[in-house]
Design a protein around this ligand. Sequence first.
Ligand code: COA
Ligand code: AMP
Length: 641
Amino acid sequence: MPVPKESTTGRFDDVHARSLADPEGFWAEAAEDIAWIERWDRVLDRSNPPFYRWFSGGVLNSCYNALDRHVEAGRGDQAALIYDSPVTGSQRRYSFTELRDAVARFAGVLAAQGVTKGDRVLIYMPMVPEAAIAMLACARIGAIHSVVFGGFAAAELATRIDDARPKVLVSASCGIEPGRVIAYKPLIDAALSLATAKPERCIILQRPEEPAALTPGRDLDWEAAAAEAQPQPCVPVAATDPLYILYTSGTTGQPKGVMRDNGGHAVALKWSMRNVYGVAPGEVFWTASDVGWVVGHSYIVYAPLLHGCTTVLYEGKPVGTPDAGAFWRVIAQHKVSTLFTAPTAFRAIKRDDPAGALIGNYDLSSLRTLFLAGERSDPATLEWAETHLKVPVIDHWWQTESGWPMAANCIGIERLPVKHGSPTKPVPGWDVHVADGEGRKAKPGEIGAIICKLPLPPGGFPTLWQADARCREAYFDRYPGFYQTGDAGFVDEDGYVYIMARTDDIINVAGHRLSTGGMEEVLAAHPDVAECAVIGVADPLKGQVPLGLMVLKAGADREDGEIAKEVVAMVRERIGPVAAFKTAVVIKRLPKTRSGKILRGTMQKIADGQDYKMPATIDDPAILSEIDAALRRVGYGKPVE
Ligand code: COA
Ligand code: AMP
């Protein structure tokens, strides 16, 4: 599909208006693109607000729609998945027929372990095709997958195991990061010793880079089990049955289990491929992310396959595998039409190859569009990508909870003019508003909390896994009738959305969503730490990185540097390397308001070298200059002139 020229005919606005005026009609029409076993009774069940259910009474199978359906329609020989792994020096191609057969067989492995409809399967895997195969195999038999990102540590894995209570855990012997092999088995063993809801069985994919010693009676070898398995057919599931649980950072160390249903998810994702991304079936779609994140669930696995596209599953980095030309090599070699990644990946490439010299070594004529999400696209990075790739670069905004974009330039409907710094307009189905400090509708240009009017469109999360009360409290109570996104920003006179910050303690590190509250819990557990705060500070590569400030207990008589090193190691050990927590400083006191609230925002401004106002309610103004000095010693704050 060619990318249209920019225009403002009002066509996009009309489609958006229709989606809000008649959601039932709009999404029933979109649902015709999905193969149903039984059609729905009600397009939208509004009987239990704020919990809405799409396509109730409908019956389908998500795996059938992603694989079997395309084989039956004549796409059997087309590539469904291309695995490209510069870290292992290997590539593999699966046609739709081959992927369907591998999935059906692995579904047989799960079924042989007693996994049936509604059972949970936890998937803790690196970026190998078997991760997608395991997800689709769950969908095939109606089991609920919960994928945990490989960069999380054993304790995080254990928390998720205890919440999801999986029957089976699927993993691999190791993951591969540039320059090091990460043995997964010790992480799994540690997680299982911490967890109380231990799965009965672990199925381990042995990788030649570092095979694992299997625990007899508990672990099964993937290959051996698959060789004996009976391929399974697709089982009918209700549209409202859960397809997966994906844990995301909450405001404490206890992650939120975002649930996704089968019917609404399939309808929304399929619709988004043509209308948001402007992609046709048969084209090659590449999302350079990880299956452990929502972006990976939706746009590495489900959406491209539901649409009959070829998806690329890339086990590598934007730089260093082997160089800043890695993305261009993949695009040229697999004829990628659409690339989707996080701005941080482009900042890494720009840092290593500022002039974009490596781009000239590859034929990028297949590339039509670049989509960016996961964090705010800074205009400098966006302009660099536009200049060097000479294709439209589209920032779009979404979250684990939304499952698909909430604001985007929907090039499949009408390509609107780009405004740098904005992910353009709310996507059809999403009714985005801004609330001011008093909860009233903010004026154009006025910053406030971004909220979405309920019901959310199909694909949006129906609730948190077995936690309706927490879901209400976290998302629905503050603004009745709306979903509170946790983001702050504004909408301008033309209806363009701008996402500026979070309203909670979430920070965004290299496109990864992390809770500073969760990190504070780890620091506070150090025996010498009396009080602490973790803030997100600006980082030229990762957007933000966490930084810890600690007040020591009276009588703690060890070197500050030693304690800082220990808390850094503790965060890596308990949350994982992905937290990128590398700096902690000891200070005498934390700045607080007279009512005892820690002034994190002021400390963040000091760390970023920005001007700040002395908060009127601060209990001890002198403390700020001490913090400034402490932060300068570790390379933050305003550079000394
Ligand atoms: N398993 C184990 N460890 C992992 C891991 C995994 N799946 N993924 C990352 N890590 C580790 C890294 O090795 C690194 O460890 P280190 O502290 O020993 O160096 C740490 O976690 C941080 O990783 P990462 O955030 O990837 O930073 P990086 O410095 O290795 O690379 C970028 C920086 C920008 C190249 C990288 O973040 C990137 O490619 N980002 C792409 C964007 C993306 O995928 N976003 C997801 C949402 S769309
Ligand atoms: P996650 O749930 O991990 O996908 O993270 C979602 C959060 O990332 C959002 O709530 C935003 O804070 C941030 N985010 C994602 N996409 C964008 C974007 N295009 N612009 C600004 N922030 C974004």
